[in-house]
Design a protein around this ligand. Structure first.
Ligand SMILES: Nc1ncnc2c1ncn2[C@@H]1O[C@H](COP(=O)(O)OP(=O)(O)O)[C@@H](O)[C@H]1O
Ligand SMILES: [Mg+2]
Length: 289
């Protein structure tokens, strides 16, 4: 059985995650290669088939490059996570829409309107609808953001206009600000439908609790309702592996903030002492039997 761990061609962002996974696979007696997708060629052929320089039975996909991922699946490679799961999580608005099928609690979320040209002006009628539904402050997110970088907080109409102008040509969403969760959330790792680790993340300086923006992780004993919502979410999106962000609503009600199909685990391994890489490797091998 041949497996690879696939990384983005341009960034080395998942290098240490790849090494951790490879070493745990080795301890389990399985050798996997770390490959960048620049070293692969996949293409459709004149005869309507698909070809690749790639030869493996399974692939741990640490990138979000959807074309290579789809090509691998069409070639019959078992990918972790699957194409569909990565696609559904990569787009935050799509994630929220799909979770409604399972009635999973989340902040009120409104899709941003598609705008094709920079000279088109922000629509006041749409601004008024958003204000009336959400009230200030309003969270605005780029649908394809990560590490807190595409998440904004608008406190009034002027700020909202500024943010809308900034994001209008990209897919985005508007969201109810959960003030009871200011600067705080819970990160939960779910593998194979089981909660493996959880930590609280707290920022002293920002409404976003992302570690990259200064948030600090501490171990957190997950209450039953948080565990249930995390498992329901991972199951609804068919995720083998994920990191789920959960906000604290009124009376500590858990609300799904977002789902990361490609969550980094270095920090949560450090904070909780849990061996995430080993658990993921064992899950993958059990699925391949
Ligand atoms: N609706 C919200 N109410 C309060 N805080 C929020 C809300 N949405 C996001 N946040 C904060 O911003 C952080 C980043 O948002 P998130 O949707 O997880 O984007 P990213 O993919 O960039 O991490 C969250 O971890 C949380 O601390
Ligand atoms: Mg997040």
């Amino acid at each position: 059985m041949r497996g690879i761990i696939l990384n983005n061609a341009y960034s080395g962002i998942a290098d240490s995650q790849s090494e951790r996974l490879r070493s745990e696979f080795l301890e389990l007696g399985v050798s996997v290669d770390i490959v960048s997708n620049k070293d692969l060629s996949t293409y459709t052929t004149e005869l309507g088939g698909i070809a690749s320089s790639f030869d493996a039975d399974f692939c741990i996909y640490l990138d979000k490059d959807k074309y290579v991922l789809k090509a691998l699946e069409l070639l019959g490679v078992r990918t972790f996570n699957s194409f569909q799961a990565i696609e559904d999580c990569d787009d935050k608005m799509m994630t929220h829409l799909l979770l409604t099928r399972e009635n999973i609690p989340m902040p009120i979320t409104i899709p941003g309107l598609l705008c094709y040209r920079s000279e088109h002006e922000i629509q006041l009628a749409s601004v008024e609808k958003i204000e009336n539904k959400l009230g200030y402050p309003i969270v605005v997110k780029e649908s394809f953001g990560s590490l807190g970088m595409g998440v904004y907080l608008a406190h009034n109409r002027l700020e909202l206009f500024r943010v809308m102008e900034k994001v209008k040509l990209k897919p985005h969403l508007f969201q109810q600000f959960i003030s009871t969760s200011f600067g705080t959330d819970v990160r939960v790792i779910v593998i194979g439908g089981k909660v493996i680790a959880s930590m609280k993340r707290q920022s002293a300086t920002d409404f976003r609790s992302n570690i990259d923006l200064g948030g600090v992780g501490t171990p957190f004993d997950l209450p039953k309702e948080f565990e249930k919502i995390a498992i329901d979410t991972a199951t609804a999106l068919n995720l083998d592996y994920c990191g789920i962000d959960i906000l604290f609503g009124e009376n500590n009600q858990p609300l799904i903030c977002e789902v990361n199909s490609n969550a980094f685990f270095a920090e949560i391994e450090k904070v909780t002492g849990k061996n995430i890489a080993r658990t993921y490797a064992e899950h993958i091998l059990s699925k391949l039997k």
